[in-house]
Design a protein around this ligand. Structure first.
Ligand SMILES: Nc1ncnc2c1ncn2[C@@H]1O[C@H](COP(=O)(O)OP(=O)(O)OP(=O)(O)O)[C@@H](O)[C@H]1O
Length: 226
């Protein structure tokens, strides 16, 4: 696999709400197996941009190319399979960890391999958690269940919206370590929204800076973060 091939390309993406250009003609490319952080102040449009990247919301202008193919040509189910999304504050459903991690395949009436679930839970440091009620989980554990729930579909690209913003430093560091390991082991390409420059420095290969909906710079962490 070519390390520098373009996996994901956003082309002139805009999202207009009530006449305001919340995301304003944003273009960028992400290479295969690269982690790109989208940095910016609160209200810059980071979450809104992320939701355009697998059509959770529809761009008013522009599109995304996945392996060179316009994502509007892909059936939404295939697109969401290939481009997994972990929201900023994941809502788990009442029930067990196992129920939550397997919810996607079960809703689509796809078979679920128990071994696969065990392996994923172990990867998220949640071995033996399968039967636990999610109501009893800590914030960090909840976030790790949400990540496992997304990884179960074997995405090629992972969209992460402030994955540690509600966690204390210890849980944050644990989630960061597990995420990085998973991304590298599975050869994932990832786009990470964060307002934390130190997190971008720790996790990302490159950084894109968003301000007032516009992408004002993109480059290596040291080029963009002074
Ligand atoms: N559905 C919506 N309707 C109206 N305004 C919206 C909607 N979604 C987002 N906005 C506005 O768009 C702007 C960007 O919001 P967004 O959540 O994308 O920013 P952000 O950079 O992710 O901020 P934060 O770091 O605080 O999460 C904000 O001013 C927000 O109020």
């Amino acid at each position: 696999m070519n390390q520098m091939s373009i996996k994901f390309e956003a082309q002139s993406l805009s999202r207009v709400i009530d006449g305001h250009r919340i995301v304003d003609s944003v273009s960028f490319r992400v290479h295969e197996r690269e982690v790109l952080a989208i940095l910016g102040p609160s209200g810059a449009g980071k979450s809104t941009l992320l939701r355009l990247l697998n059509r959770l919301d529809e761009p008013n202008e522009g599109t995304v190319y996945l392996d060179g193919r316009d994502y509007r040509e892909l059936p939404p189910r295939e697109l969401r399979h290939r481009v997994g999304y972990v929201p900023q504050t994941p809502a788990l459903r009442d029930g067990t960890v196992f129920d939550n991690v397997t919810i996607g395949p079960r809703l689509r009436e796809e078979p679920v391999s128990e071994d696969r679930v065990e392996e994923l839970l172990a990867r998220m440091d949640l071995a033996e958690y399968g039967r636990r009620d999610v109501a009893e989980l800590s914030g960090g554990e909840t976030q790790r269940v949400a990540i496992a729930r997304t990884l179960i579909t074997d995405p090629e690209i992972l969209l992460l919206d402030e994955p540690t913003s509600s966690l204390d430093t210890t849980s944050e560091s644990r989630v960061e370590t597990l995420l990085t390991k998973s991304i590298h082991e599975s050869g994932l390409t990832a786009i990470l929204v964060t307002h934390d420059t130190t997190q971008a420095r720790r996790l990302a290969d490159r950084v894109a800076q968003l301000e007032a909906g516009q992408l004002i710079s993109i480059g290596s962490v040291s080029e963009v973060i002074s």
